[in-house]
Ligand binder design. Sequence first.
Ligand code: SF4
Length: 446
Amino acid sequence: MDKLLDVENVSISFIQYTKGLNQRDLKVITDLTLDISEGEILAVLGSSGSGKSLLAHAIFGILPENARLNGKIKFKGKELSQADKEEIRGKGIVLVPQSVNFLDPLMKISDIAIGHCDSEEEKKEKKIKQREIFEHYNLGPEVDEMYPFQLSGGMARRVLVSTALLADPDLVVADEPTPGLDEKTVEETLNHFKHMKDDGIGVLLITHDIHAALEVADRIGIFYSGYVIEIALKEDFSGDGENLLHPYTKALYKALPANGFEVIKGHQPLHGEIVKGCPYYDRCDWRFDRCKEERPELMDIGLKKIRCFKYDGVTEDMIKDGAIEETAEANIEDAANEVVEKAAELVDESNIEESAEAVEGAEEAVSETEDAIEEEVAEAVEGAEEAVEGAEEAVEVPEEAVEEGTEEAVEESSEEAVEESSEEAVEESSEETVEESSEEAVEEGA
Ligand code: SF4
């Protein structure tokens, strides 16, 4: 199958005035990359208001004046300029719009479908072709004479599809073709796209309806915060979603009522809130440090595409072998180990420095304490000796007592006095000194 459309790293932003003449560049789509081949239906699935319709407008060259478009849009290998887009729209590439509101309310359906003709002959030819296609979609001749407001929902959808096909397009871009339709009309509309695919037409289906996407698409691009995070195969949306790669796609699948209705915590970054790293970082259970700083590129893994660091180094063969999970887990583990090692190194470095300083301080404190103790003890001993001397002098025996023959009593009394005085003095002086010195040393060391 030949490639029809290549959208390469397309970004769309809008210049907005904030205060006075101050302007800001509001990014709505970032690095959008996808491709469609002949006879393929690619669904771009994203929440309403996420900016995915801007992709259609960018392809047709109908973005508003204040929009800035970067990146490449190629059709059949040729990069399209604005002039090319104007030339090709309605011919090689056609739009199936969201509703009949896109049709001129004052024109009859047949005239809208046929469009401008340069000659009566051309008009006749186109009229024949229009009738054939309208018949194919069960639109009788009475519809040709109706105005858009007279159509029922189902008829309106068939008119839009038939009108698109009248141009014999290679590529159809269908922008939200199912909202507001009843179940039967949705099914009918989706069948139209299947028929187009069978005729070799490429279809880009832009939708927020996951059921519609799963019903008809071959591949499904998941749009998140202005860019495609994964392009998965239709069959990946089965079982427990184990073949889906991105955590958001897995969560989206599990949020379906049939798959457990598990609500995803958090919300998508809003326009203008486009973050530096991976936009899914805040909601991701797998995230590692790198994800906060760097934005992952869209990587090819066989027919799938994925934008997540967890899949660095994963190959198509690993998918076949079912070894994706192991490799992915290893990537996360490696990254986590790196962080832990780095953190340990940082902790070690800072501790060594702090510990060395603490030891040095403690040694100085101990040395100062020893000196202080020595000095105080020496002073205490000196004081004690002085006290002993004083006591001896104080207990000199009065002459009268000697004369009265009380020499023994005098002797006893003298010895006891000397002993008590000197012991008390030494004890008091030493205890005080040691106590003071120790307290000071402990305080200093701590
Ligand atoms: S790149 Fe990181 S944050 Fe983003 S989805 Fe992958 S693991 Fe999660």
